[in-house]
Design a protein. Structure first.
Ligand SMILES: Nc1ncnc2c1ncn2[C@@H]1O[C@H](COP(=O)(O)OP(=O)(O)OP(=O)(O)O)[C@@H](O)[C@H]1O
Ligand SMILES: [Mg+2]
Length: 585
């Protein structure tokens, strides 16, 4: 389901509706019948008037029409309501499927997609897309379709009295609808811009509030307010542009409707004068005119709103439905990676305009423990991102146990790697759920064992709700070191053949680090390990050290060997480190 989602709001709405055809069809039928009853009431009004204004009144006829009139209105009402009860199912299911489809789609975007967008703005775009398309389809069902069928019906009824009356309605309605569609088209880009401005404002407010401690720490509340104010103003300007055109549309519509009323009433009175139609017919025409008057005045606003929703939905869908950049290859296979051999075969990689690796090769046999060293910005984390296929290499291949990672499913690739990142992020869920995240089938005992092995159990048990404690957004209620220990527990529980530690103990004091070093050694046993660290002492026990600079391996060997090399880069770093840390020159 939801493989290829159309980007246009209308085609998106039709696509989603396909999953709920039954409700849509029943709602449409109800609306058809309701409109039929509703618009036919004017005929009864005509007959009622004629029966009253006859030279010799037949009370039986008068009563018949007098009772028929409210009965027809009641029938219309019942069908309107049934369209409501049925439409409600269509639209609530519509919402469900739309949110599901869009959320599923977003989750398949690559890291790159998210790093250049505000999460707050994306959430806003998703609800714009869903609310916008739903509103458009509601308007079509309950406003445009009844108006359209009603118009045809009125033309027939009026034509029956005098072709002139039918013609006026037909011609005028054509002009009115065409003009309003043209207006809506003009309005649409303004609505798109306005929706964009709103998303942008919301995204920036979320970003600002997410960093509110930073704002306070740098005493920059005023600066931040001014920064946001700029976007509030942009929002205002885009809104004014959109609204002013809408007001013009309503003004023109009002004048057109006035002309219509004038023409219809004038024509019917002159037809009465010439004896071509009855008093009842004049009453009917007035009823039709006053009905249409309300509907058209309203429809102008509906068109304006629809253009707005269309703009919002288009903007949202456009942003969300970007093509996925990192996906499973068409015949990607599930690979069973259990040894953990890593082979990097002359890869090139660059971010948008920054070259990181050129012709980079490296072979890590299964079970080897490699310390990855390089100055800040050398590309160590990028290397890990490439292994995890967060980004695609521009040239060359990466092979795990002989499988080219671009040819296997992302799921089987990422299952094979336990990654403890540089900045651990946690869900605002319980600690238990956060640890279990790496292995949903793990028992409570296994979770506790993993926490014990990562030296986390002590602090977890001292928390008010123990393993059930909620950690705050992104884990803000825990210290950096505590977050890292939870991430290490996660890695234990994942039990993957490859372990990657990116500065995994950087937030720990040396005592805690010492305590955890044992457990990390346990974690590393029988697995392939890539450990990135600025504190070189933590790499002393590795099987091998790889030093990278300028996108290349510049030194590679046993730690002790490299330390003996005169003028060696690693040795130089080692000699210059203070308390185990690399010092930048
Ligand atoms: N998503 C990105 N888009 C563009 N450039 C990026 C992106 N991520 C990282 N870079 C750039 O790539 C270079 C390598 O970054 P990377 O994070 O791999 O360095 P690192 O070796 O892990 O450094 P550190 O030791 O500070 O963690 C940096 O210059 C960085 O600015
Ligand atoms: Mg890094």
């Amino acid at each position: 389901m939801f493989n290829t989602i159309p980007k246009g709001p209308l085609s998106f709405g039709l696509y989603i509706t396909k999953f709920h055809k039954k409700w849509a069809l029943m709602a449409l039928i109800s609306v058809f019948i309701a409109t039929g009853f509703d618009r036919s009431s004017v005929i009864i009004l005509k007959n009622l008037t004629d029966s009253i204004t006859m030279d010799t009144i037949v009370m039986g006829d008068v009563w018949f029409w007098a009772i028929a009139y409210p009965l027809v209105l009641l029938a219309a009402h019942l069908f309107w309501r049934s369209s409501g009860f049925i439409g409600m199912r269509w639209f609530m299911n519509f919402r469900t499927s739309s949110y599901q489809a869009l959320y599923n789609y977003i989750t398949l975007h690559s890291k790159d997609f998210f790093s250049s967008r505000f999460a707050g703005a994306l959430t806003n775009k998703m609800s714009n897309a869903v609310d916008g398309t739903e509103s458009i389809f509601e308007t079509i069902l309950w406003q445009f379709i009844p108006l359209f069928i009603g118009l045809i019906w009125y033309v027939i009824i009026a034509w029956n009295e005098s072709y002139l009356l039918g013609l006026i309605i037909a011609v005028w309605a054509t002009i009115f609808v065409t003009l309003n569609m043209w207006f809506a088209k003009k309005l649409q880009p303004r609505s798109y811009k306005s929706a964009e401005a709103v998303s942008n404002l919301k995204g920036r407010i979320v970003d600002s509030l997410a960093n509110i401690s930073l704002v306070h720490e740098y005493a920059n509340v005023k600066g931040e307010r001014n920064y946001i104010l700029r976007y509030i103003h942009k929002h205002r300007e885009a809104g004014l542009l959109q609204w002013s055109l809408s007001e013009w549309i309503l003004t023109v519509n009002g004048i057109l409707i006035f002309l219509f009323v004038l023409l219809m009433v004038g024509t019917s009175v002159s037809l009465l004068q010439s004896g071509a139609i009855s008093v009842g017919s004049v009453v009917m025409v007035i009823a039709i005119v006053s009905n249409l008057y309300g509907q058209f005045l309203f429809i102008g606003q509906e068109m304006r709103d629809t253009a707005k929703y269309y703009g919002q939905a288009k903007e949202g869908l456009h942003e969300i439905l970007h093509e996925h950049t990192i996906t499973d290859a068409p015949n990607a296979k599930k690979a069973d990676i259990n040894k953990g051999e890593i082979k990097i075969d002359s890869i090139d990689f660059q971010y948008e305009n920054k070259k990181i690796f050129t012709n980079f090769s490296l072979h890590i046999p299964a079970g080897q423990k490699v310390g990855f060293v390089g100055r800040s910005g050398a590309g160590k984390t990028t290397f890990v991102s490439l292994l995890l296929r967060h980004f695609e290499v521009n040239q060359g291949n990466i092979l795990l146990d002989g499988h080219n990672i671009s040819q296997i499913t992302l799921h089987s690739l990422r299952r094979a790697i336990a990654f403890v990142p540089q900045d651990t992020s946690l869900f605002h869920r319980s600690i238990r759920e956060n640890i279990r995240y790496s292995n949903e089938h793990a028992t409570d005992e296994a979770v506790i064992l993993a926490a014990q092995r990562s030296e986390a159990s002590e602090f977890i048990e001292s928390l008010p709700h123990g393993y059930d404690t909620l950690v705050g957004e992104r884990g803000v209620k825990l210290s950096g070191g505590q977050r890292q220990r939870i991430a290490i527990a996660r890695a234990f529980l994942k039990d993957a053949p490859i372990v990657i530690l990116d500065e995994a103990t950087s937030s720990l004091d040396s005592q805690s680090e010492h305590a955890i070093q044992d457990s990390i050694e346990k974690l590393m046993k029988h697995r392939t390990v890539i450990a990135i660290a600025h504190r070189l002492s933590t790499l002393k026990k590795m099987d091998r050290i790889v030093v990278i600079a300028d996108g290349k391996v510049i030194e590679d060997g046993l730690p002790d060997e490299l330390l003996k090399k005169p003028n060696g880069v690693f040795k130089n770093m080692w000699d210059h480190q203070v308390n185990g840390f690399i010092i930048d020159d």
